[in-house]
Design a protein around this ligand. Sequence first.
Ligand code: SAM
Ligand code: SF4
Ligand code: F3S
Length: 459
Amino acid sequence: MTEVTTYESFNKKIGEGKFAYIQSFGCQMNERDSESLAGMLEDLGYSPTDTQEKADIIILNTCCVRETAESKVFGLLGRLRKRKVAKPDLILAVCGCMPQQEAAAKRIRHSFPFVDLIFGTHNIHELPRMIHQVQENHEAILEVWATEKGIEENIPVKRKDKLKAWVTIMYGCNNFCTYCIVPYVRGRERSRQPEEIVNEIKALVQEGFKEVTLLGQNVNSYGKEFADHYRFADLLLALDKIAGLERIRFMTSHPRDFDQRLIDVIASTKKVCEHYHLPAQAGSNRILKLMNRGYTREHYLELIRKIKEAVPNASITADLMVGFPGETEADFEDTLDLVKLVRYDSAFTFVYNLRTGTPAAKMEQVPEEVKSERIQRLIEMQGQISLENNQQEEGRMLEVLVEGETKTNPDLLAGRTRTNKLVVFRGDIKLIGKLVQVKITKGRPNLLEGELVPNGAIV
Ligand code: SAM
Ligand code: SF4
Ligand code: F3S
């Protein structure tokens, strides 16, 4: 059983009159963790700031899934050295997935000795105590727990958005895909109790939130450790009943564990959106096996068929990877072929990147130039399909949750369809936060243009 502990406020306003700057790297789990860091800082009296110059504490919440993510942090740390010299009281903290790897933690410690605070993914709730210690003792701290201890509930949270909320339903990953570092830095799977999740979401609705995205590295494993067989599908059924909640999304679901019951539930519930992010990674059975993904291309395609049968307007997106060790031209063409068959609405495409300590690091690597050539071909093919799929939306009336003005033109509003497509259209800012009907006039590669349907506001 997962041990659940309850966060207790530090009760000392050690940040009163001070400013905090947080920068997040990596996935939504990290974004959500940063909202907890922001919540704890607010509880200490800190005010948030968007500028490093103004900050009394700078926290980098890091990612190590690919080398590029790590390089960004090392580059940033190099530049922060000057800031620390100019303002010696500034507290510099590095946390998250990078320092959770011993070698990276040591490298940060040795190459950037001016960093005051280094901690990992398992002890973020200790932030207030650690800041206090740095303030009192003026000594750097490195505290990374080797393993997870359970789940800490009730950590204060300061969310970035007011309409859409990330809600972590489980932590960790047990899958050990052979290329991936995440299970090593996030620990084993732990699911939050359903009541905790339901109560959190009810409170969010009270605050005016309309949409939640349930987060986990593999949400389909939710509840596997519970004695009463309460599973992800049961959680969706419970959340669907929450009055005032309009949309439920989830990510990421693993194609291996997406069973028939879950398909039936997503088809029957009103609020679960018709968008399923199902990372395929590769289209070749030989590569999928080497990746330890636990499914075949046939299983994957059958799953997509079943989902589309149950939810005819389902939008499917994926993560795809090229250049996994040993990937031949024929293997890669199997991935292209899968893309042609599924016709994803969009896809995150990645070049395989060696992660020390994972099994794939010891396999025979594909040359960089081959990987670059393949990713270009994949991006090109997917781009064309995304455009064609978006053009097929022309003339349709779609429900859009209005999120705000567009960044470039304040006369245009932007929002998302239930299928998670970005829609821009002309409209009054009073519509922000509302569900409206928009008639799609043009499908672009990455968005849809539309016209507000008169009197089309739904909620
Ligand atoms: N748990 C999710 C799943 O299995 O679909 C994925 C989480 S991971 C943070 C996001 C994506 O990063 C993966 O789906 C994979 O495509 C990509 N990824 C993970 N490790 C990688 C590596 N070593 N090189 C390149 N891409 C990687
Ligand atoms: Fe990484 Fe695989 Fe776990 Fe996703 S399921 S986080 S790709 S090990
Ligand atoms: Fe990166 Fe950690 Fe997420 S390694 S992708 S931030 S779980």
